[in-house]
Structure formats: structure tokens, C-alpha cells
Write a new protein. Sequence first.
Lengths: 188, 188
Amino acid sequence: MKKSLGAQTLVFPTPTWIVGTYGPDGRPNIMTAAWGGICCSDPPCVAVSLRKATYTYGSLMARRAFTLSVPSESQVKEADHCGLVSGRDVDKFAGTGFTPVRSELVDAPYAAEFPLVLECHVVQVFELGLHTQFVGQIMDVKAEEIVLGEGAVPEIKKIRPIIFSPGNRVYYGVGNSLGHAFAIGKEI
Amino acid sequence: MKKSLGAQTLVFPTPTWIVGTYGPDGRPNIMTAAWGGICCSDPPCVAVSLRKATYTYGSLMARRAFTLSVPSESQVKEADHCGLVSGRDVDKFAGTGFTPVRSELVDAPYAAEFPLVLECHVVQVFELGLHTQFVGQIMDVKAEEIVLGEGAVPEIKKIRPIIFSPGNRVYYGVGNSLGHAFAIGKEI
């Protein structure tokens, strides 16, 4: 018998990602986002939802481009910091010590230090309520060599992404392998 | 210096969720989905993307309702199985031994055995390409008592959700706590 918890955004896992944009003055900015996910395989697209009140919202509407970076466990303080303060008030690259890099594919910056980055053009904007969903077409994925495994495939255990747990609002790392997808279910 | 991997759906983490729907004949069905995420806090909404070719796509278009369940590590074989076979061909409740439960809030079923379930009305359908994105308004979240912690908040370490890693297509568990969100970044 399940207990009703009410209509809440409680689901697991959710990601911890960093959205990079240029502000109206051309300054690079990064913010943390947990509301998002892959939304299409072809064309490859990722969705991220932001409140209108965020500084990044205006940048996204104006430039129609963003980067989405996957921070590593060791960057959890910096990742959290980028969700605590606004690019309106502070320079988060200065605060974190991260290095802004201009994407050659889209009109948006990313931090060199994150192990993996998606460069995205905004192809759809959906108003959903408190949040606006931006669908970004992934123009390229770039990764540090150190997180690549066999066949130049990025490996989650090398990236060590950060999982955000809504409810108690705690960050977690990735644990042990549970088996190969599209394979272990064949045993049933 | 980052290495270019091309335009691919490579991002980390992605979830492993189970979408429950009724087919045209009223039979309950469940399928596995990794392309999705929370997309709005108010109203609380979750997005999930499916290919038109799936059996669930037709069910979602017809009934405009679904459940989204979070399977636990111990259910990884069943979760994988539900992504390997189609509800057109097989009864996945029979195959997994799971128990179908009719939602009292939306016109969709879920498996009693999953520790957490979101009951959703489809409020938006966005055609994005190979995938169609369904935005579901979360009408309720229901959880097994055993996964609840202090204040009846579901705890990720009790749910033990499954993380899907694209690229090498491996499932992973959740690892250690990295600290409190909206808190540890204050040290910067």
C-alpha cells in the first residue's frame, strides 16, 4: 500500500547540469539546472527548464544557444555555487576560478574544467508554467580525453556526474554497475 | 583540450523510468524510458519522450494519461525487460510477475512493486523528430512507506533508483552523498 505524497516534483534520479550562456553585455555566465533530460534521438536534443526570473532565461531567449555541461563529483561545490547566485550580480567564472571557453559552434560559452559539454542551438521554447522549457539541438558533444573509454565512448564512472535528489535536496555520486542495458532483461 | 564526439545524445546521468498506460483493449502495459526529466515546478510536470513506433505512444495519444514509476536496483532485470519487448506482443505484467494497479487519479496503470510512482495527465504533446515528448502534469506521487525518511520525504538511498548511462549502455546504482544542495556552494 503506497502513501500519497501530493503533487510534487519528486522523481529519481535527476541530473545536475550547468547551462552556459552569454548575457546581454556579452559576459559569459553559468547556472545550475536539474530540471531537464534528453528529449529526442534524431535530431539529438536535450531539454532544460528554467524560471523566467533567472538571468539565463533572458540570455537564452536573446541568443537562442546554450551549452550544457556535466560537472564531476570533485566540482560539486562549484556546481552548487552556480545555482546559489545570479549572473546578474556576480561573475561566476571569477567566483569558481573556471575558464570561459567560447563555443565555435553555438553562441554560448562553457567552462573548460567540466569533463563533458553539449553545444546546443535552441530549436523550441515551450511555456509550461513557472518554468519555460528550452529544447536544444545538440550540435556536438565534447569530452576530456581522460573520461573516454574504449571506442572513444565517454564512461560515466570516469565522468563521475552528480545526481540531485529532490525532496531532501542532497547531491549523490554514481554507484556500482548493475548490468548491461538491452541485455540483462533477456533473462526474463 | 576537449575531443569532439559528434552530435549524439550523450549526457549523464539519465534516468531509468517505467511508463504505464492502458492499451486500446484496456490491457495494462509498462515500458522503459530514459529520455525524460522534470520540466516544470508549478504546475508540477514531468516530460517523457517516446518514439511513434512504440505501443505506448498510441496509448498515450488515446488516453492522455500515464504513470511514471521509479524502479529499484533489485528490479533492474525487469526494468530492462520492459524496454526489450513490446506490449503489442507480450503481457509484461505476466512476464515480470508484477501486479497491475489502476490509478484512481488518472486513466493509467502502474506496477505495485515499484517503490515510487507519479500519476500524470498529459497536458502537452510536442513533436520533436524521431521522438514525441509528452508533458505530464503530476497529480500525485505515491511511495512505499519503506522508502520514506524524516518528514515523509522519499530518500534516494532507500529507493535505490537505476541510472542509465548512454554510450556504453550500462545501468548503475546511486553512490555516496556529496553534500547538501543550496548549501555546500556557500563555501565559495
